[in-house]
Design a protein around this ligand. Structure first.
Ligand code: FAD
Ligand code: UQ1
Length: 412
């Protein structure tokens, strides 16, 4: 069987940001990346693609272009893990052994958990920014909309980028207002959770925007079924007096954020915790049972909000600790502080840049101004500068996130 110093599972945002540095440091063919996809997506751009502000092509790159030159790309999926034998088994049955393992396989979108969603997605006004197959339909359906009932959903499960389900609502509302059909349009947001955003500083501002723009927020309501023939959406009511009942609403436009969860092959493995995520120490990113295993990004148990921005800080910590293991140096153990960020786009020229620690629940803002206020500067940064940072630095292993700028600007 083939053998590598480090095997990285997944060539997404997390996998590449780690594999690039490791391959560069450890040399030719010491690092393997197991990744089945031909295409790498910069998914944060999909909010902009779904509202016609960026093209789909700008969100993708051939995997062969972004795969680190000195890494061995194994174009297959991992089917199972044998951490006691230091091997992974591929879908093709082949076994690969490693000295160190990094798991970065992302989160699984569970479309099938909503009745009739797989067959209705991308048709008759039903769409989602959460799939490469339907994100362009969002833009098409927003522009074709002639008024009526528009629904936007957010599930009760953990998801990647917890702000994205509402960002597209703000962008759609703006378009419908500009098209002169706003007074013929009712907009409802349904969330399975009890808050619009986890951190109050940002939630309070978002609620003001919803009120001012007549966006109706419904809490503890979880999409369960789509009835394409009658164009109705059925929600489970999760709390309150009507708990246990269902709510049925007609729709003319429906943006769905599907339930998500740990990937099945991780959940079924010895690496997972009770919830299915790779069970790592929240500061060191080292596995809680297997010392030579690390994880980061959306598939990890790290108890913070799942974003690419969070990975910028996580990858720096992981690389420092893993290279410390390999070279046996006694430098200080690096610790992740839970940093994450969600650029909450609220219009085609403004944004609230939420930055916080999921561990403390406190804001961790980079810039010396109040980021909870809508601004053009942070919109421009997110739309025009951060994508460049992503392609030119992050996937090459050279972006550790904004922590050093935060310090430069004087924050603690
Ligand atoms: P991914 O980037 O999803 O990569 C996982 C990789 O693992 C994939 O390439 C996949 O093919 C591979 N894989 C899966 N299964 C296997 C297997 N069995 N074997 C081998 N490989 C496998 N983040 C932000 O920071 N800011 C934003 O504004 C933002 N907006 C978003 C908007 C939308 C609509 C979406 C969908 C996401 C957004 N995100 C945002 C979240 C961000 O895209 C993710 O958090 C990030 O991509 C996670 O990186 P990852 O490497 O963990 O997973
Ligand atoms: C970031 O570094 C990053 O990764 C490249 C993102 O992913 C899309 C982000 O959304 C954000 C906000 C950051 C943070 C960067 C700065 C400059 C605040």
């Amino acid at each position: 069987p083939s053998s590598y110093k480090v095997v990285v599972v997944g060539g997404g945002s997390a996998g590449l940001s780690v594999a690039s540095t490791l391959a560069e440091t450890l040399g030719n063919k010491s690092v393997a990346v197991v990744e089945p996809s031909d295409v790498h997506y910069y998914q944060p751009l999909w909010t902009f693609v779904g509202s016609g502000l960026k093209t789909f092509d700008e969100s993708k790159m051939a995997m062969s272009e972004v795969m680190p030159e000195k890494a061995q790309w194994i174009k297959d999926s991992v089917a199972s893990f044998n951490p006691t034998k230091n091997t992974v088994v591929l879908a093709n049955g082949e076994s690969i052994s490693y000295d160190y393992l990094v798991v970065a396989a992302g989160i699984q979108t569970n479309w099938g958990k909503i009745k009739n969603l797989p067959e209705t997605l991308g048709k008759n006004g039903v769409t989602s920014n959460y799939s490469a197959q339907s994100v362009q339909k969002t833009d098409e359906f927003i522009k074709a909309f002639k008024g009526g009932n528009a629904l936007f959903t957010m599930p009760s499960t953990p998801i990647k980028c917890a702000g994205a389900p509402q960002k597209i609502m703000y962008l759609a509302e703006e378009q419908w207002r500009k098209a002169g059909i706003r007074d013929q349009t009712k907009i409802n947001y349904f969330t399975g959770l009890g808050k619009i955003f986890a951190i109050d500083k940002y939630a309070n501002e978002l609620l003001k925007i919803c009120k001012a723009r007549n966006l109706n927020i419904n809490y503890f309501t979880d999409l369960a079924e789509i009835r394409p023939d009658s164009k109705e959406a059925v929600f489970n009511v999760l709390a309150g007096d009507a708990k246990g009942s269902t709510l049925t609403l007609p729709y003319d436009f429906l943006h769905v954020t599907p339930p998500m969860g740990a990937p099945d092959f991780i959940r079924a493995s010895p690496l997972s915790n009770a919830d299915g995520w790779v069970d790592v120490n929240k500061e060191t990113l080292r596995h809680n049972k297997f010392d030579n295993v690390y994880a980061l990004g959306d598939c990890s148990s790290l108890p913070t909000s799942k974003t690419a921005a969070a990975i910028t800080a996580q990858s720096a910590v992981l690389k420092s600790n893993l290279l410390g293991d390999i070279f046996g140096d006694s430098k200080e153990v690096a610790k992740y502080d839970g940093y994450t960020s969600c650029p909450l786009v609220t219009g085609s020229d403004k944004l609230i840049l939420a930055e916080f620690s999921g561990y403390t629940g406190q804001p961790q803002e980079t810039f010396p101004f109040d980021q909870s206020k809508e601004r053009f500067s942070t919109y421009f940064l997110t739309k025009e500068i951060i994508p460049d940072i992503y392609w030119k630095a992050m996937v090459k292993g050279n972006w550790d996130g904004p922590a050093k700028y935060r310090k430069l600007f004087g924050a603690a």
